[in-house]
Design a protein around this ligand. Structure first.
Ligand code: UDP
Length: 312
């Protein structure tokens, strides 16, 4: 049975990965310091092959026994987190990556780094292939996340080159679905919460900025395929269905059956104007393409938010 460590395993993506790895027959050790992750995300797991450890991975990590895979997903990741946890983000991307790579070296484990489309910053080429070096403001408010992940990629490559670690790097584009934090400040949870409460939807700027939204199940499938592939180069994973934030707000209002109106608010600094992955590498190397249309994923997400707010 493969034995796998997931850092950030109580977070939105990490917890879905724990579910998937258990379903694939792995024994799973989940480490999370719960600053943005939540026990609620892993509470449903009643499996003797699952172990949760509350720990900050920027400190020395001790794991007894073998490890076949390490997936480093720990990091606050929403623009609101960039303001609230800037130093924690820089530390988990740098020190946390160093510690987990050291553990991978010690155990001879395959190492998968959760990187991000933010390495491309506010991109000057469109769509973004993995060969693009990006356009990042290192001292801007988003720089804490962007530079932490760029450093994490550099560190991962250094361990690969210097120590022969078997590595994977996934550049994750905007992903949504059940278990997103209701108050993480991102467009999807904001819009869904606002639509369900009958409040105005806060569209920043003129709403013409674009994103491609990937449903979480598609992303998890891509990450699992990458993990078991032999691809040691960065791979973009995300939807390539591009939409404006105004269109997203309108879609959420329609699917929620809401009477909410749309209200303009100030655009945050360094907000990328457009973002869309070039998926050629994911297609060629992993045979992967997103399957779930945004309407379908959004309907499931709205349903989850409804049930979630009925519980609390
Ligand atoms: N956005 C918005 N209203 C909100 C939250 C976000 O218009 O209430 C915009 C934000 O300015 C950005 C886009 O939606 O252009 C996606 O933001 P999100 O925080 O989801 O993720 P990002 O892709 O910026 O990391």
């Amino acid at each position: 049975m493969p034995r796998t460590l997931v850092t950030g395993g109580a977070g939105f993506l990490g917890s879905h990965l724990c579910d998937r790895l258990l379903a694939e027959g792995h024994e799973v050790i989940c480490i999370d310091n719960l600053i943005t992750g939540s026990i609620e995300n892993i509470d449903h797991i009643r499996d003797p092959r699952f172990l949760f450890i509350e720990q900050d991975v920027t400190n020395y990590i001790y794991v007894q026994g073998k490890l076949d895979y390490i997936l480093h997903f720990a990091s606050p990741a929403s623009p609101k987190d960039f303001e609230n946890f800037p130093i924690q983000i820089l530390k988990v991307g740098s020190l946390g990556t160093h510690k987990t790579l050291g553990l991978a070296r010690e155990k001879g484990a395959t190492y998968l780094l959760a990187s991000t489309s933010e390495v491309y910053g506010d991109p000057l080429i469109h769509p973004q292939p993995e060969s693009y070096w990006g356009n990042v403001n290192p001292i801007g408010v988003r720089g804490v996340y962007d530079e932490a992940k760029r450093f994490a990629e550099a560190m991962t490559m250094a361990y690969h080159r210097s120590h022969g670690i078997d590595i994977r790097i996934v550049r994750i584009f905007n992903t949504f679905g059940p278990r997103m934090r209701l108050d993480d400040g991102r467009a999807v949870p904001n819009f869904v919460r606002q639509a369900l409460a009958g409040e105005p939807l806060t569209v920043y700027g003129d709403g013409s900025q674009t994103r491609c939204l990937t449903y979480v199940d598609d992303l998890v499938e891509g990450i699992f395929r990458l993990l078991v592939s032999d691809c040691q180069e960065p791979v973009n994973l995300g939807s390539d269905h591009e939409m404006t934030m105004r269109d997203l707000a309108e879609l959420v209002v329609r699917l929620a059956g809401s009477a909410s109106v749309i209200r303009g608010e100030n655009l945050p600094p360094d907000d990328p104007k457009m973002r869309r992955p070039d998926l050629a590498r994911a297609r060629e190397r992993l045979g992967w393409a997103p399957q779930v249309p945004v309407e379908e994923g959004m309907a499931r997400t709205i349903q989850w938010f409804r049930e979630r707010s009925a519980r609390s």
